[in-house]
Design a protein around this ligand. Structure first.
Ligand code: 9MR
Length: 564
């Protein structure tokens, strides 16, 4: 929070007061009632005391009417996707260019929107002239850049907040060894905040990062840094959680809890760069899952008083950074390439509009699943559909494996059937299904069904089994050791092959006691000369190490052995 002594007397204070009064009037005069159900996002967000933001690219902003219209109508806060970054604003030392940044601020002003400045100090999109400076010159250049860029908009009432430093952590929670850190040490962070406060005393100053949505090593490092900076009197007012999510990596279910622990430090929190990507092509099941992610993020922010709002990283799939960065992935936003609203738009809209009348009635429980087409690694489950009467509609089903305290998900479907893949051979599975509705309510579980996958292998050397144990894991990697291979046949093996499924985005980085090859998500491990022969009942083992996207908690599954 800004203390009043830090607020400079002047135009901004009067503007803030006037805005607050208008906001109050808006709340009283324009209650969000069912008659407003189709109102734009920003109207519903205002009714809940939050902003709804989007990142904007200056190209389409200057030459696409549809882009401008949606940006102006639907959103109450704007972030420049690139136009305020260092490479745009100070490409060579002391030569400032504010054409793109001004275009964003002017657009926001015309449309009665706020601007969140992004970003003053980052390791990326910073020209090499900065990176090559020595320590003293680099610190001076940083302070000058902050002073010029934040200073330019300090008296502009549209510009309300800044990402002062961006992405200062590695995924394991260590400070990123960027050129900033390597040249200046950790002190550059506090120095940047102090310089920003001096340049714009009444802007809210944020630290921003990705993979910090859930409670994990990186978000805990962020928590500790923010706490310690504030104890030292460094002006950190706000924490930005970027929210670059992917449906294949699961939703960070502790998002609300995580936001709240930061809020309890006394800082404002916000979602700054929300998008939810998927493996292409889109389909209705993926769209439904994506919509649930968007809804959950908005609901988490609504549930935390100190959460100021949610910014989506662009709004149309026509202009999204995702396909350029993650090959084969996309469709991460709330409008498609032709500016049609997607289910994710409806989810954001309805969550913001929901008020207290959100659907809280879960769907009925699905019927008991029946397993057919059972192989060594797959099975098809079919059940009687659920119904939903709460208003938000049935969104889909999740299949779980009954396994005690935490039951892992085996699959998801938007219809009353799914084919599970990546199962282990010769293994008994006890499974059940839960339905979910558009508001994220989960039904009670169906009755369980039990089936056993068939035995893999079975060639001349006899069948074998493989089981993998995760020996150790960290935020963005793990070691599986041992993968135990056992000859369950009646004759010795003459070489064995184990296959298993690597979750999307994971990469094998090392292995021992077997030769591993990867094709798509399937890894094939072949025995070596010295461990291919196993007597009946004998075991051997191999191991491997893999990396995975930070924050992703999946590990491989479906170890299947054959000994042809
Ligand atoms: O969306 C931005 C893309 O157009 C740029 O090419 C990219 C360059 O690094 O930056 C993207 O925005 C990033 C943001 O500034 C910081 N968090 C991650 C965003 C996605 O990469």
């Amino acid at each position: 929070m800004l203390s009043s002594s830090l607020i400079r007397p002047g135009a901004r204070i009067r503007t803030l007061a006037a805005t607050a009064l208008l906001g109050l009037l808006a709340v009283f005069l324009l209650p969000v009632t069912p008659a407003d159900a189709s109102a734009p996002l920003r109207q519903h967000a205002a009714g809940r005391g939050k902003f709804i933001g989007t990142a904007l690219a200056t190209g389409p902003l200057s030459n696409e009417t549809q882009y401008r219209t949606i940006a102006a109508t639907e959103f109450s806060q704007i972030t420049a996707e690139n136009a305020m970054k260092w490479d745009a604003t100070e490409p060579s030392q002391g030569q400032f260019n504010f054409s793109g940044a001004d275009a964003i601020v002017d657009f926001a002003t015309q449309n009665n929107q706020q601007v969140h400045g992004h970003t003053l100090v980052w390791h990326s999109q910073t020209p090499s002239w900065v990176q090559n400076l020595g320590a003293t010159a680099m610190r001076t250049a940083m302070q000058n850049h902050i002073s010029q860029v934040a200073g330019r908009y300090a008296d502009n009432p549209a510009l309300v907040s800044w990402d002062v430093v961006n992405e200062v952590f590695d995924d394991n929670g260590n400070l990123r060894t960027s050129f900033w850190y390597n040249t200046l040490g950790q002190s550059y962070i506090a120095d940047a905040f102090r310089a920003a406060r001096a340049a714009d005393p009444d802007a809210r100053l944020c630290i921003n990062d990705y993979n910090v949505e859930g409670i994990n090593a990186k978000s805990t490092a962020m928590y500790n840094l923010v706490s310690s900076l504030r104890q030292q009197g460094v002006p950190v007012d706000c924490v930005g959680f970027q929210g670059h999510l992917a449906i294949q990596y699961g939703f960070p279910n502790d998002l609300q809890q995580n936001l709240q622990r930061f809020a309890d430090l006394g800082v404002q929190v916000r979602i700054t760069e929300l998008d939810v990507r998927m493996q292409m092509p889109r389909d209705s099941a993926k769209d439904a899952t994506q919509a649930t992610y968007y809804r959950n993020v908005v609901n988490a922010c609504l549930a935390v008083t100190a959460c100021a709002g949610v910014t989506i990283w662009g709004f149309t799939d026509k202009y999204s950074w995702v396909p350029d960065t993650f090959s084969g992935q996309g469709a991460a936003l709330i409008y498609n390439e032709s500016y049609q609203q997607k289910p994710s738009y409806t989810a954001v809209h309805d969550a913001l509009a929901g008020g207290t009348s959100t659907d809280t009635t879960p769907p009925t429980a699905p019927g008991p699943p029946a397993a057919t087409n059972i192989t060594a690694s797959s099975a098809t489950l079919t059940w009687t559909a659920s119904t939903d009467s709460g208003g938000s509609g049935l969104a889909g089903y999740t299949v779980y494996r009954e396994q005690g305290s935490t039951d892992p998900q085996l699959g998801q479907s938007s219809t009353a059937s799914v084919t599970l893949t990546g199962l282990s051979a010769n293994t008994q599975y006890q499974v059940y299904v839960r339905a979910r509705d558009g508001a994220g309510n989960l039904s009670t579980p169906s009755a369980t069904a039990t089936f056993t996958t068939t035995t893999g292998g079975g060639g001349p050397g006899g069948p074998c089994t493989a089981t993998g144990t995760v020996q150790t894991q960290w935020n963005n990697g793990y070691v599986v050791q041992p993968v135990t291979v056992t000859n369950t046949g009646t004759a010795p093996t003459n070489g064995w092959t184990v296959t298993f499924t690597l979750p999307a985005g994971h990469t094998v980085t090392g292995s021992w006691n077997a030769t591993l090859t990867t094709s798509g998500q399937t890894v094939t491990a072949k025995s070596l000369g010295y461990n291919g022969t196993l007597a009946t009942g004998a075991s051997t083992s191999f191991g491997f190490q893999a990396s995975r996207p930070g924050g992703n908690t999946q590990t491989p599954s479906g170890y299947t052995c054959s000994a042809p």
